[in-house]
Ligand binder design. Sequence first.
Ligand SMILES: Cc1cc2nc3c(=O)[nH]c(=O)nc-3n(C[C@H](O)[C@H](O)[C@H](O)COP(=O)(O)OP(=O)(O)OC[C@H]3O[C@@H](n4cnc5c(N)ncnc54)[C@H](O)[C@@H]3O)c2cc1C
Length: 424
Amino acid sequence: MTDDTQPPVAAAAADPQIVRAELADWVRGHWDPDLPLRDWRELLLESGWAVPSWPRRWYGCGLPGWADELVAAELVRLGAVGIPVGSGTWLAAPTILAHGPDQLRERLLRPILTGEETWCQLFSEPGAGSDLAGLSTSAVLDGDTWVVTGQKVWNTSAHHADMAMLLARTDSSVPKHQGITYFALPMKQPGVEVRQLRQMNFHASFNEVFLTDARVPRDNVIGAVGRGWAAALTTLGYERRFASLQRPSYSPAAGRALDEARAEADRHFATYSWYPQRAGRPDLVVEHARTAGVAADPVIRQAVARLITLYRVSAWTAERARVARAAGARPGAEGSIGKLAASNVARESARVHSMIAGAGALLTGPDSALGGVIAEVLMSVPGQSIAGGTDEIQKNILAEKVLGLPAEIRVDRDVPFSQIKGRG
Ligand SMILES: Cc1cc2nc3c(=O)[nH]c(=O)nc-3n(C[C@H](O)[C@H](O)[C@H](O)COP(=O)(O)OP(=O)(O)OC[C@H]3O[C@@H](n4cnc5c(N)ncnc54)[C@H](O)[C@@H]3O)c2cc1C
């Protein structure tokens, strides 16, 4: 990091106004829309503005957690570009930062933050979703390489990812949570076969991934061998916190860095184009009731008011989580509460849209309810209460970890994985 690129005051200040002013100063001196995007992001990394809450050694400047969102928003407002949005930056990078080791931080963080390498998450398996620790994909060390065999499923964006967060079993002789290792798996290799799954809402955002003697370099272990569960919990914590990611609204101005950033966002968000519908589109309910001519119907009015109340309360829960995050808190109960609230809003919203549209809610095509959006809502909403941990699992977490209620009976927790019927 050179003196020229260091933010001189911001690192010492915990004041948003000073951070904004420092950033604006730095952007004025360095932003060049004609740079290749990668060169611009290299500057950002060196300056410490890439992820300002991270340590100086890792592309940050040691600011409190709130600075990350503030700086990302300010960069876009100033007409510039920040780090990419994707599971590399919101899941893999914080997990690697938290669990290391340094040689992986050194090798993997930079290409994630410049956007050169995109990531996907290979956690779920046909027999291990909610019971993630029951996974049976195995990794065996052969000289300097781990050889991985098994099947993963529901893996969003695996069809275009360069790298994967992979959980695999490296020891079956110990209880299930203890024999798991977290790997950084290179996706573009002969042992990795990705098959896209066609969904009932006509999108194809996730995949089956077949691993047949896939190779992982010996040192690509995030955390330590056999300690993958702790790192997996970090990833899942971040996943609940950032249940919906916003597309940055880059300046429409000309310039190579901006063109490349817009193309990158187009590629990334194509996969997620149905996610607003998955959230139920409560934002469209009032307009829908008005255009359908039923806004004065007393039953519909009650249903709309109830939904919007739930939606606002859920937004406040999300705001509470955002503030806790900004204050530097680790992922906590608010992630599970927010995720459950989002499921309730989505379901209720789908119900209210259906009340308004009647049987027409099922129609697709340009002359259907809101141009087919409502039909897509109905088919997408179930995914909201499954992705990132189902509603029932969030309730179990809240019951046990927050309310201190008795734990679920778990008969397979303390026995060696190889002795669990149907697993080992
Ligand atoms: C849109 C979307 C994107 C996804 N992206 C990814 C991804 O990128 N990478 C990835 O690895 N996975 C991904 N998933 C998979 C997701 O994590 C799993 O679907 C989820 O964890 C549930 O697992 P399962 O589907 O095997 O259901 P199961 O675990 O088989 O659950 C079936 C039902 O049983 C209930 N149940 C299970 N156990 C309990 C219990 N102990 N107590 C009470 N009820 C229980 C569940 O709540 C559910 O209703 C994605 C899923 C969706 C919908």
